[in-house]
Design a protein around this ligand. Structure first.
Ligand SMILES: [Zn+2]
Length: 48
């Protein structure tokens, strides 16, 4: 089992991966986005 074969997403705002922080998936304008829990408040308040 190679570690590199895991599907790891990146936060669309800060670029951190799910290896380092919990990421949540979301849909925006028909596109799938991934955002980490630290950036979630910014997403909620619309300050991107
Ligand atoms: Zn982030």
């Amino acid at each position: 089992m190679a570690e590199a074969e895991k599907q790891v997403h990146q936060c669309t705002r800060c670029g951190i991966t799910s290896k380092d922080r919990v990421l949540l998936s979301a849909e925006f304008n028909g596109e799938e986005r991934w955002v980490c829990v630290a950036c979630l408040p910014y997403l909620i308040h619309g300050a991107e």
